[in-house]
Design a protein around this ligand. Structure first.
Ligand code: ADP
Ligand code: ZN
Length: 711
């Protein structure tokens, strides 16, 4: 076998056995190959694109050596090392939040070649250079590399000193990774780090799995109702509600709790212990919805968040993109909904007034307003903001789902393009509008525009509407804008002028009938795969709580969805599931397969079928009495079904089944009375449930040291 296929096969087999993935994502292997060959690399991928694999896998290719990963935040380092260790990869982080003895132990392990990855903050790396000297290095990875650039908005002075790495270790490859970098920042990163002809992988900004919706001028109470609906549609799917202020966040959380949603709030005004506690509860799935200010950020990047709602508008498109980017990092469908009410805009304008970069911030706010009111494909507008042209409409935003007010704009486009060409591509949008509308001014006269045949050819369209059409033509890549604002026709634009391409435009607001975005009502009863996924998520949150890990460290949503589809019943097929590596298969395989088996067995007998109906309704948040009413059986029968479901580990949370006092009383009684006697003392089914819960704790306590409930 030749060297090249050999490397690829080795990389693939490590990817499978440690991470449980069958193949690399676009770009990943090329970066692995570059680093393995000793070449530097620059990786630009959006959040969730899979940057970690790009440096973790090369690290695994060099057993006995250590990859040093520079990362700006303790929370990120902890998250990464936890995920690595859960997959059986020896990794650790050096940071100030740990005592010296621990840090020394870690350094010692790294020196002996016992660690594959060592995470470290930039300041520590520099203060501890003689430690670096003694490490058997495989590579350097610089995460969030835009921090090194003066152009990057998160510039961190301590990052600049990283330029010393290449000078001191010219033979060790460096990979720089970031999700946000325009062309100038990219070059700056390469220069600052002294990368030598790096392999570059630059992927699109697009996050096609996140659906985009803006709800303008919601009615009184509609914001809250929408959030409640979203939360209750699947109580296991975590979500974030971003609010403008601490007070907002607190009050939204309070109102959600009143409506029966498991919500909490998070903001900079809370003390550190209670913030940490809330964060932990959210990460392990104990809290479903986090109402937060922007203070809630980077540390949670790794979670399995399915939706993000902006209760209030964000400050600009960059922050918006970053905030919604926290949803759907596993690539599974996720939702972003923004509410817009006018008073929020007024507040944002006041905020912008109070900043040092007042003009810039007002401009950014205006771009956000454009995004809010646009009837165009929203993803197109977002990508355009980041300098990317989408090839077509996305089909996954509210405007694509409800296209309103589009018309054949070919003639409009031809007029604009012809004006641009005839003026010699020397004018900006404002002059173009004057030219088209035939408006005289000194600027028009100076440029001689009044002598052009196109002068006044678009007098029937208002100036505002022309501006609006020109913007659309820019976003759709018919017109290009130079840095100084001059317009020119693109290749695509020329095709329109030649009459070979039709253009569809959105009508301006004034010309459109109002249409409310309608959402499909979702059924409670999901399809079988979805039901099983729900079941597996419940089990996952129980395990996460017992092991005190975030749920996504156990398994990602993508993994559970694949598991429900494949329904493995033996180890071999369990290992086929995406995201199941050797270590996790050993640790969790039996437990998950038990639930899959129990779920399959439900519904094969008449009693099982009722059991399944009970389970689905219970998972959808119904109370015992409600379930009884819907299924036309007695509450006692519901409880007896539940006891069976508890015995099969299909129900693992018991909060709303029987009152805690009843459970405690029954469990005390078992010391003095027989089960039959106790059964007579309590209403139908309650004792059966209590006994099943006791058996649950016996089973689970023997598996794990801690007790999840009751405390
Ligand atoms: P980033 O650091 O770019 O934001 P991550 O490295 O955290 O992204 O990866 C995002 C998600 O994609 C994670 O859940 C990760 O496990 C998953 N992922 C990464 N690479 C692959 C792959 N080759 N196949 C399947 N899933 C992958
Ligand atoms: Zn769209």
């Amino acid at each position: 076998m030749n060297v090249i296929t050999d490397l690829r096969n080795r990389a693939l087999s490590l990817l499978k056995s440690f991470y449980g993935y069958n193949d690399f994502r676009p770009g990943q292997y090329e970066v692995v190959e570059a680093l393995a060959g000793g070449r530097d690399a620059l990786v630009i991928m959006p959040t969730g694109g899979g940057k970690s694999i790009c440096y973790q896998l090369p690290a695994l290719l060099f057993p006995g050596r250590v990859a040093v990963v520079v990362s700006p935040l303790i929370a990120l380092m902890q998250d990464q090392t936890m995920a690595l260790r859960a997959n059986g990869i020896p990794a650790a982080a050096l940071h100030s939040g740990q005592d010296d003895a621990t840090n020394r132990r870690i350094i010692d392990a790294a020196m002996r070649g016992r660690l594959q990855l060592l995470y470290i903050s930039p300041e520590r790396l520099l203060s501890d250079c003689e430690m670096l000297e003694r490490l058997p290095l495989s590579l350097f990875a610089i995460d969030e590399a835009h921090c090194i650039s003066q152009w990057g908005h998160d510039f961190r002075p301590d990052y600049t000193a990283l330029s010393a790495l290449k000078l001191n270790y010219p033979q060790v490859p460096i990979v720089a990774l970031t999700a946000t970098a325009d062309a100038a920042t990219r070059e700056d990163i390469v220069n600052q780090l002294g990368l030598k002809e790096p392999y570059r992988y630059i992927s699109s900004f697009d996050r096609p799995n996140i659906s985009l919706t803006v709800i303008r001028n919601p009615a009184q109470g509609e914001r809250l109702k929408t959030i409640v609906r979203q939360a209750k549609r699947n109580p296991l799917d975590a979500g974030i509600v971003y609010c403008l202020s601490r007070k907002n966040a607190e009050s939204v959380a309070k109102q959600l709790v009143k409506k029966g949603v498991n919500a909490a709030c998070y903001h900079a005004g809370m003390d550190t212990p209670s913030r940490d506690r809330t964060l932990k509860a959210f990460l392990c799935g104990e809290v479903q919805v986090m109402c937060a200010t922007v203070a809630f950020g980077m540390g949670i990047d790794k979670s399995n968040i399915r939706w993000v709602i902006h209760y209030n508008i964000p400050s600009n498109i960059e922050s918006y993109y970053q905030e919604i980017g926290r949803a759907g990092r596993d690539g599974m469908p996720a939702e972003a909904i923004m509410f817009f009410v006018y008073p929020d805009l007024v507040i944002r304008r006041q905020f912008a007034d109070a900043t040092t970069q007042k003009n810039i911030n007002h401009d950014k706010l205006r771009r956000l307003e454009d995004y809010i009111v646009t009837p165009m494909c929203r993803r197109r507008v977002l990508l355009d903001y980041f300098g990317e042209k989408a090839a077509c409409d996305c089909g996954n935003c509210d405007n694509c789902r409800n296209p309103i007010g589009r018309f054949d704009g070919t003639i409009v486009a031809q007029k604009a393009l012809s004006g641009i060409k005839r003026s010699g591509e020397t004018i900006g949008a404002n002059l173009l509008v004057s030219l088209l509308r035939g408006t005289m001014s000194t600027a028009v006269r100076d440029a001689g525009l009044h002598r052009l045949p196109t002068f006044g050819c678009g007098a029937d369209v208002t100036a505002n509407d022309w501006q609006y059409f020109i913007r659309q033509l820019i976003i759709m890549d018919y017109i290009a804008v130079a840095d100084d604002g001059r317009l020119s026709a693109t290749e695509k634009g020329m095709e329109v002028l030649r009459g070979r391409l039709r253009v569809e435009l959105c009508m301006p607001e004034s010309g459109r009938p109002a249409a409310a975005a309608k959402r499909k009502p979702t059924a409670i009863i999901a399809d079988a795969d979805e039901q099983l996924t729900t079941q597996l998520k419940i089990l996952r949150s129980l395990l996460a709580k017992m092991e005190q890990k975030p749920a996504y460290i156990v398994f990602s949503d993508a993994t559970l969805v694949d598991m429900s589809r494949r329904r493995p019943l033996d180890m071999e097929s369990f290992l086929q599931v995406q995201g199941v590596g050797d270590v996790k298969a050993n640790r969790y395989g039996e437990i998950f397969m038990n639930v899959i088996r129990a779920f399959r067995d439900l519904g094969t007998s008449p009693a099982g079928k009722v059991g399944k109906d009970v389970l689905l309704r219970f998972n959808a948040g119904r109370a015992v009495q409600e379930i009884a009413d819907e299924l036309r059986i007695t509450p006692g029968a519901v409880l007896r079904h539940m006891a069976i479901l508890i015995d099969r580990d299909l129900i693992v949370y018991f909060h709303d089944i029987i009152p805690l006092e009843v459970y405690r009383a029954i469990s005390d009684m078992t010391r003095t009375k027989t089960k039959e006697e106790i059964g007579l003392l309590y209403p139908d089914g309650q004792a059966a449930v209590a006994f099943a819960i006791m058996r649950h704790f016996e089973r689970w306590n023997s598996r794990r040291p801690t007790t999840p409930w009751p405390k």
